[in-house]
Design a protein around this ligand. Structure first.
Ligand code: GLU
Length: 556
């Protein structure tokens, strides 16, 4: 009589190694007590979701804070959903936020570490060895059902109001005689491999999740697919084999996987592997226009893609800091008490993680980034911006590299002091505000279109600008300069103080604020600009004069 072993040998004639061999090849890691081995396991399906960055960042921090290992595994067994090149682009995007693995997949041709391969499509030998073992012990079997048969089964279950799926009495091939199964395989009938569940959905199992605490879950009774017709394993099966042989200590993943946990626990049990600890992270939610909480959606929300933050140029230190505020409820309090500390010094903990979704708030991302960017040294910020602009704003990049010192001095306006200005939330905010500094941008402005104050005559504006042209003095301090502008105002019949003007508007052409505005418009082409004193200092006498001259030429 044919045995399960015969069946296993028929299906996997070339598998000559055993689970014991694999145990020896991938021994337990020699790490200190309490060190966590955590993986991030993305699928190369096109883009890095903000939720995945959140997960991977926490994976990396938790592992490192415990003195353990953070590794990346590429889960590419769903070939239908795979988008070429996206594995490598995921790695690059993670790198941009300093999520760098100690071990694992780096690109389609590179990986590091002794527990690989780290790309699932290269691990068939390992999976097949485990599946072969499950067939030998009668816990996995070939299933020959066609798509039509499964569809008919679903309809039948629906009509009978029964739980849908392939289980128990509905699992047509679970008790199929071995000889007949072998005959079908020999005849070339297509099949997949299913797990043989021993569970019963009327039973409950208890489980402790590192974040969610003690849980009661419904036992699995589904004979799930573990190996598809293309010979590759499903996620459920692959993750158990990989996390076992890569010696993961904590499986951290999104809470959308919690419902499949009973399947995973039964799989671990059936093969005789001890399961790692599980920590299910909160899903990233947002409050939509109607005030409802929903998952960040890749179709509806631009902030669902990490590429959005990279394109916009949110600084990594601002964005990471924001993600930490939604990761642990005590992060903000810690930050307020430790303003000077690096965020790596904060100790993350599972028990401070939200149980009902982490709420994503883009306005807060911007606020935190603004705050953090304001305290960057001009030199450091200039380097970051240059790096960003190289990819995302080439005209800006070209201006930066023309004269980097000039760019640094622009960024340094009202920076590197006790209360710096908080102008920029992201790198892309900078160029629109400062591009007028660059001569070709300034020259391209239509000066006839300058928005002069309509209540003041062009000849008065001209007179003020001419006077400044003749009397400007770059050696003045900010306070002296401001006094000189007041004097300029007085010389031309403008009040040197707004309050005075308000009380007696008839006696003046306008006030000192108007006078600075003429200068501001003439020099920058705009009614808003960074602090005018510094604009003048940075442009220098020649440029200031040239710009005033160009403006005067258009004022008749
Ligand atoms: N490949 C799975 C995903 O991208 C990973 C889930 C896990 O971390 O176990 O959702």
């Amino acid at each position: 009589m044919a045995t399960y072993k015969d069946l296993a040998n028929l299906i996997y004639p070339n598998i000559n190694i055993s689970i014991d061999d694999l145990e020896k090849k991938f021994p337990k890691r020699n790490l200190k007590e309490g060190a966590m081995v955590i993986r991030f396991a993305p699928s190369p399906t096109g883009f890095l979701h903000t939720g995945s960055l959140f997960t991977s960042l926490l994976d990396c921090y938790y592992a490192h804070q415990s003195g353990g290992i953070f590794y990346i595994r590429l889960e590419d067994t769903d070939t239908k959903r795979e988008i070429a090149g996206s594995g490598e682009s995921l790695i690059k995007q993670l790198q941009a936020f300093d999520v760098i693995p100690d071990e694992g997949y780096l690109s389609d041709t590179e990986e590091i570490g002794a527990y690989g391969p780290y790309k699932q499509s290269n691990r068939s030998l390992i999976y097949n060895t485990c599946i072969k073992h499950l067939i030998e012990i009668g816990r996995a079997y070939p299933c020959f059902c066609s798509a039509e048969e499964l569809q008919a089964l679903r309809q039948e279950q629906e009509a009978r109001k029964e739980i849908p799926g392939y289980y128990g009495k509905y699992a047509k091939y679970r008790d199929f005689p071995v000889e007949e199964a072998m005959a079908k395989i020999q005849a070339g009938d297509p099949y997949i491999i299913r797990f043989k569940s021993m569970g019963d959905h009327r039973n409950k199992i208890s489980f402790h999740d590192e974040i969610k605490g003690d849980l009661e879950l419904t036992e699995n009774d589904q004979d799930i697919v573990i190996c598809k017709s293309d010979g590759l394993p499903t996620y459920h099966f692959a993750h158990l084999v990989d996390d076992h042989f890569m010696r993961t200590t904590h499986i951290t993943r999104g809470e959308e996987w919690l419902s499949s946990l009973p399947i995973h626990l039964e799989l671990f049990d059936s093969i005789g592997f001890e399961h790692p600890k599980y920590a299910h992270f909160p899903v990233i939610m947002k409050v939509d226009e109607n005030g409802n909480r929903r998952k960040l959606s890749k179709r509806k929300d631009e902030e669902a893609a990490v590429s959005y933050f990279l394109e916009q140029g949110y600084p990594k230190y601002g964005f990471i800091e924001y993600l930490l505020t939604i990761a642990n409820s005590n992060y903000e309090a810690w930050r307020n008490e430790n303003l000077d500390k690096d965020f790596h010094e904060f100790k993350l903990s599972f028990d401070k993680m939200s149980l009902d979704g982490a709420l994503f708030d883009i306005a807060k991302v911007a606020n935190i980034s603004k705050e953090r960017m304001a305290y960057r040294k001009a030199k450091d910020l200039a380097l970051e911006v240059k790096e960003w602009a190289k990819t995302y704003n080439v005209p800006f990049y070209n201006h930066i590299i023309q004269d980097e010192e000039f760019f640094i001095s622009i960024l340094n306006i009202e920076r590197e002091k006790e209360k710096p200005r908080k102008d920029y939330a992201k790198y892309s905010d900078i160029y629109p505000i400062i591009s007028f500094f660059f001569d070709d941008v300034y020259q391209a402005i239509d000066k006839k279109a300058f928005e002069w104050n309509p209540t003041i005559s062009k000849s008065d504006i001209k007179a003020v600008l001419e006077d400044y042209y003749n009397t400007m003095d770059l050696s003045l301090s900010e306070e002296e300069w401001f006094n000189s502008i007041k004097e300029l105002a007085t010389r031309h019949g403008f009040a040197d103080n707004i309050k005075v003007w308000k009380k007696d508007k008839e006696s003046y052409k306008g006030h000192v604020g108007d006078v600075s505005e003429f200068l501001r418009i003439a020099l920058s082409g705009k009614r808003n600009s960074p602090n005018l004193y510094y604009v003048i200092q940075i442009l220098g006498e020649n440029k200031v004069k040239a710009r005033i001259k160009a403006t005067l030429d258009t004022l008749e």
